[in-house]
Design a protein around this ligand. Structure first.
Ligand code: 13P
Length: 246
């Protein structure tokens, strides 16, 4: 399995930030992991052109329909046409800001595959859910509802992002991360059999240069989904290097 260092720029980035991509590629010309950046949709085409296939580019959301009267939305085919090969789906910020539920995320993943995109499906508990001891149950429900039956290691990546760890500088303990990733792997195995071993399971939430290596050393952690530390080539490059060395 090729591990995956994925960056989510969220609602950050203008054309003036594209030199970060050039700098990242120059500093890490042949990493031994896959590298992906997901900029805002306005930058997908320009970033894909800048990256010239040296790193992958992805979207941060897509509509479940291929086209039609959906003002402001973007289809998976449009992302693909602009040069994307991945799309993040069901990020907790979309679940919270836009009321996205598991059924919608599942429909989006199926739309992503039709367009030839790899779906990165995000799951994660809130702090209240963790405090109540519901973490594994919440994630199990999200996986069951958000991951379509057609998922495979080739078309789907799972990202575990505890909501309370996103942008806060806080992370679960290493055993807590390992516990969740082992549980996700077990649930995928129960559903998809031997292919489950090939699904890439990303951890996301306050991944930094300082904690990347210890997180990447955990079993069933096959990469990261990085927000704030993906915006600068120097910060993200250090995480790429840590994953390459893992
Ligand atoms: P931070 O790395 O900024 O905590 O964000 C994580 C995230 O939400 C990536 O999708």
């Amino acid at each position: 399995m090729r591990k995956l260092a994925a960056g989510n720029w969220k609602m950050n980035g203008l054309t003036a930030q594209l030199p970060e991509v050039t700098a990242l590629i120059a500093a890490h010309p042949s990493p031994s992991c896959d590298v992906l950046l997901c900029p805002p949709s306005t930058l997908v085409a320009a970033m894909a052109s800048t990256a010239a296939g040296r790193i992958a580019v992805g979207g941060q959301d897509c509509h479940p329909k291929a086209s039609g009267a959906h003002t402001g939305d973007i289809s998976a085919a449009m992302l693909k046409d602009a040069g994307a090969s991945y799309v993040i789906l069901g990020h907790s910020e979309r679940r919270a800001d836009h009321g996205e539920g598991d059924a919608l995320v599942r429909a989006k993943a199926e739309a992503a595959w039709v367009a030839g995109l790899i779906a990165i499906i995000c799951v994660g508990e809130t702090e209240a859910e963790r405090d109540a001891g519901k973490t594994l149950a919440v994630i199990g429900t999200q996986l069951a509802g958000s991951v379509p039956d057609g998922a495979s290691s080739a078309n789907t990546v799972i990202a575990y992002e505890p909501v309370w760890a996103i942008g806060t500088g806080r992370t679960p303990t290493l055993p807590e991360i390992a516990e969740v990733h082992a549980d996700i792997r077990a649930r995928l195995t129960a559903r998809f059999g031997a292919d489950a071993a090939g699904f890439r399971l990303l951890y996301g939430g306050s991944v930094r240069q300082s904690n990347a290596a210890e997180i990447f050393a955990l079993p069933n952690v096959d990469g990261a989904l990085v927000g704030g530390a993906s915006l600068k080539a120097s910060d993200f490059g250090a995480i790429v290097a840590a994953l390459s060395a893992a």
